[in-house]
Design a protein. Structure first.
Ligand code: F6R
Length: 611
């Protein structure tokens, strides 16, 4: 949540900051602002709302400055208005600070500063930090770096920060704890950002700061230290993301582009990992850990949101094919509820961004307790990927739309690969391994076939766009898909939707059914099919409207439901990778027809780096 960006060099920082903010806008879009130093004077421009509002204001000024920082906000402390927008600054406007995270003890620090005569004009925690730095500079006569360091030693909470001072206009001071911060290395210019997406059009060389690390960024070098002032050497990494991967590429929305990319993104998730004729799986990131994982007494999978739904599907996969007990945990609950963790547990953390704070904190706790900790992430070099002992990248490519789509299907592919890998190290036969790996390899074409139903799904969206409630129902492997379908709809269309295991319907939700209530049934040909049909009949008997996702060749369902979307058949374990696609498209079209911003739904942010 919140995106931060900075530039120092020979070029004009302003367009670089604005472009970076646009790329980071998925992290928050309540307000945006920049500050820069020009001819010894520091200036701030901020606007409520999207980066486009800021861009309009900045472009009117025609500014050129060789050093600047920028911020796009997801509000935590203080409403999203211009005053609370970052950067924040001290009374003299000589210090400017942008912050991603939360200063938890800001009220007590603020009280101390108020006693010393400091005044506050915003409701944010960040304004306290910039004034605390100011205090250290004035009281102790410290350099910017040392003042930031002293201030951070007083702070509890999380931060990725960047600070400018007009007294030291040749540097940006940055620090990280709990929120991501990347340094981009250029030629006579350097950059900072919350993630590499903001940097890819300028440099491919990056340095990831770790928690409790700081750096002073000059135009021609950087110096990294710990928050305890010890010098550290940082490794420079080469990033592989291309600038054109993070544009809409002719689609009206990132979400649609990412839905349509799924044949390719799932292909990338499995590329080089299937040994088809032997029914085996090769996952480089797990090399050397396969036996330990296969011998685990228990597997725990922890995640949030859509990634948690992927974890639920994986529970069904691993328990059925590996015979290892699996528990799925919300990361936020896991980290606080004193879970029993044993050394022979494997704990898998699934996260698209690799930055979700709850998931990262749960991972650190699991690691501290001695379990084997595995990350399944999309963003290469992300905090969760780096903190994991072992792991697998899903390689879905950058996901910019706030609603997760292609990351979900790629997470399922990787969890299917992990399942086969473990199972083949346990009881799965070669024949079954060959059958499954072949079925996995056929998925991209099948996804393509489903995407061709886009027009049909758009027509169904037209019928139901004004519904105020939806029910999503599925069983077995497709119960988590029902949850995911409901989440997609509510997060982008603001229609209330609930996902349930279909059989649970009669224990309560059936009371909601009337002739205004659409119920979406996920009903592929699998062992639960007959039971699902009975559940459909129960809804129809109460005049509910039914949209069914069923398999090609299933003519039985046609007369029972109001709309049916037919998808290709696949192995039962893999059906969620196909059944979810029509649900993504349905949610997308309903939201577009309601005139909503599907890429930036209200109140949400892509990367949830606060608790
Ligand atoms: C929903 C969505 C969120 C994320 C959740 C976890 O469309 O995107 O529910 O799935 O915030 O994020 P990651 O996977 O980045 O840890």
């Amino acid at each position: 949540m919140c995106g931060i960006v900075g530039y120092i060099g020979n070029d004009n920082s302003i367009p670089i900051l604005l472009e970076g903010l646009k790329r980071l806008e998925y992290r928050g879009y309540d307000s945006a602002g920049i500050s820069y130093i020009k001819d010894g004077i520091g200036e701030v421009i901020k606007r409520q709302g999207k980066v486009s509002a800021l861009t309009e204001a900045v472009e009117r000024e025609n500014i050129s400055a060789p050093i600047g920082i920028g911020h796009t906000r997801w509000a935590t402390h203080g409403v999203p208005n211009e005053i609370n927008a970052h950067p924040h600054y001290n009374r003299e406007k000589s210090l400017f600070l942008i912050h991603n995270g939360i200063i938890e003890n800001y009220l007590s620090i603020k009280a101390g500063l108020v006693k010393e005569g400091y005044e506050f004009f915003t409701d944010t925690d960040t304004e306290v930090l910039v004034n605390l730095i100011d205090r250290y500079i004035k009281k102790k006569n410290l350099s910017l770096f040392q003042a930031v360091r002293y201030a951070l030693n007083e702070v509890e909470g999380t931060y990725g920060i960047a600070v400018l001072s007009i007294a030291e206009p040749d540097k940006i001071v940055v620090a990280k704890n709990g929120s991501p911060l990347v340094i981009g290395i250029g030629d006579q210019e350097n950059f900072i950002a919350s993630d590499v997406n903001a940097l890819v059009s300028h440099t491919k060389q990056v340095v990831y700061l770790e928690d409790n690390e700081m750096a002073v960024i000059y135009k021609d070098r950087f110096v990294a230290k710990t928050i305890s002032d010890e010098r550290i050497e940082k490794e420079i990494h080469e990033i592989t993301v291309d600038a054109d991967e993070i544009t809409k590429g002719g689609f009206p929305h990132f979400m649609l582009k990412e839905i349509m990319e799924q044949p390719e993104s799932v292909r990338n998730s499995m590329r080089g990992r299937l040994i088809l004729d032997e029914g085996l799986i090769k996952l480089g990131g797990l090399l050397g850990y396969e036996q330990r994982i296969a011998n685990s007494n228990r597997i725990i999978i922890s995640a949030c949101g859509t990634s948690w739904h992927a974890a639920l599907v994986a529970e069904y996969m691993i328990e059925e094919f590996c015979g290892i007990p699996v528990e799925v945990e919300y990361a936020s609950e896991f980290r606080y509820r004193h879970p029993v963790i044993r050394k022979d547990d494997t704990i898998i953390f699934i996260s698209q961004s690799g930055e979700t704070l709850d998931t990262l904190a749960a991972l650190k706790e699991a690691k501290r307790r001695g379990a084997l900790v595995m990350g399944v992430c999309n963003v290469v070099g992300s905090s969760i990927a780096r903190a994991s002992e072992t792991g697998v990248y899903i390689h879905a490519g950058p996901e910019i739309g706030v609603a997760s789509t292609k990351a979900f299907t790629s997470q399922l592919i990787v969890m299917a690969l992990i399942t086969v890998l473990i199972a083949r190290n346990r009881q799965m036969s070669q024949i079954e391994g060959v059958e499954l790996t072949k079925a996995i390899s056929e998925l991209p074409e099948k996804i393509q076939e489903i995407l061709e139903l886009n027009d049909q799904i758009e027509k169904i969206a037209e019928v139901y766009k004004n519904a105020s409630n939806f029910l999503y129902l599925g069983r077995g492997y497709n119960f988590p898909v029902a949850l995911e379908g409901a989440l997609k709809l509510k997060e982008i269309s603001y229609i209330h939707a609930e996902g349930y295991p279909a059989a649970e319907m009669k224990h309560g939700p059936i009371a909601l059914i009337d002739d205004n209530m659409p119920a979406v049934f996920v009903a592929p040909n699998d062992p639960t099919y007959e039971k699902i049909i009975s559940n459909i009949m129960e809804v129809k008997a109460r005049n509910g409207k039914v949209i069914a996702i069923a398999c090609n060749g299933d003519s039985k369902i046609d007369d029972m439901v109001d709309h049916v979307i037919k998808i290709p058949t696949t192995h039962r374990m893999l059906t969620p990778i196909l059944t979810v696609i029509p649900l993504q498209l349905l949610a997308y079209h309903i939201a577009v027809k309601k005139g909503l911003n599907v890429d930036q739904p209200r109140n949400l942010a892509k990367s949830v780096t606060v608790e």
